[in-house]
Design a protein around this ligand. Structure first.
Ligand code: MTE
Length: 316
């Protein structure tokens, strides 16, 4: 009997077989030219990826652990709008147009407004934050992100007393993302995520505009994304276009797709196994031996107080 190890399962296995069969049929029916269509966009309209970001402040939140190489972090991605395989986003998102780009910040706020990406880049001093990043699938990486605390953006719009949660939404356009369909990915789009307001305001919650001292490459969520290092990677939503402050708990893409597998909180917790993946250990990309996973991914000193009194087995 073939027994699959947790690490052998893929996200795609949450997808019902009928969808999978359809996906293969659908892919076979797309002319190669259509999949490569966005290659034809003019280079000047490409992502800002590769622009140097200067004068970065150091962050006390940075780990001293060894960074993963740029090549590894930019060719092993989860970005299902650009394909469900790890090597697909680097290819399929290559010419993703991220100019012009705005992020709308709205809802229960005194001053709702849209922020152009140029403004976001200047809203607060840019910091380099070297964070551990742990995926629910059992791998982890260390990335030198660039950005500032999400709270700096949220403060600009002045959340009202009605704001209890924050809902996030990714860019979604089939012309640029022909693979971003439920029948292909087994997920609903646009990709959405959510946090409690106090989690979103926590200084560790990073609004990231870059990595390795440059603007973000498209496959890593250009031009602006979240990075929540104490939560499983799927909470770190990419290519943000909308942030809405709301009164009730917002829906989250993976939680909607399979609630027992992907909890709403999804704080890294080695003591709560996922039905498919043990969360006790992880494999750092580039290493062979697995290492123990730390509570809140090693950020317990900073964030544990957010969850005081909360049953973390029920609220996984
Ligand atoms: N955001 C969007 N819009 N679409 C996605 O498919 N994947 C998530 C998250 N953000 C995803 C997303 C998952 S599952 C992970 S592990 C991280 O992005 C991966 O980020 P990275 O590719 O930069 O390492």
């Amino acid at each position: 009997m073939l027994i699959k190890k947790p690490a052998d399962f893929r996200y795609s296995e949450i997808t019902p077989k009928s969808l999978y069969v359809n996906r293969r049929k659908f892919l076979a029916s797309i002319p190669a030219a259509a999949l490569a269509g966005h290659e034809m966009l003019s280079p000047s309209r490409r992502a800002l990826a590769g622009t140097k970001l200067a004068n970065l402040a150091k962050s006390p939140f940075s780990t001293t652990e060894k960074e993963n190489p740029y090549k590894e972090v930019t060719t092993y991605n989860n970005f299902w709008e650009f394909g469900t395989e790890k090597d697909q986003p680097a290819v399929q998102a290559k010419n993703f147009r991220t100019e012009p780009w705005t992020v709308s910040v709205e809802g229960a706020v005194a001053k709702p407004r849209k922020f152009a990406i140029e403004e976001i880049l200047k809203l607060a001093p840019l910091e380099e934050r070297i964070y551990r990043h742990r995926c629910v699938e059992g791998w982890s990486i260390v990335v030198p992100w660039v950005g500032y605390s999400l709270s700096a953006l949220l403060q600009q719009v002045e959340p009202t007393a009605k704001a209890k949660f924050v809902a996030f939404e990714s860019y979604w356009d089939l012309r640029q993302m022909p693979l971003a369909k439920p029948e292909i990915a087994g997920l609903q789009f646009p990709y959405v995520e959510g946090l409690r307001l106090d989690e979103a305001m926590h200084p560790l919650a990073l609004l990231s505009v870059g990595m390795y001292e440059e603007t973000l490459p498209p496959q890593d969520g250009a031009p602006v994304r979240l990075v929540l290092p104490w939560k499983y990677g799927f909470k770190s939503i990419k290519s943000l276009v909308k942030i809405k402050l709301v009164g009730g708990q917002p829906p989250c893409t993976w939680n909607l797709a399979n609630p027992p597998m992907y909890g709403w909180y999804s704080n890294v917790n080695p003591n709560v196994d996922n039905p498919r993946y043990s969360q006790a250990t992880e494999r750092r990309l580039g290493e062979f031996r697995r290492r123990p996973t730390l509570m809140f991914n090693g950020y317990a000193d900073q964030v544990a107080s957010l969850y005081a009194g909360l049953d973390l087995k029920k609220n996984y």
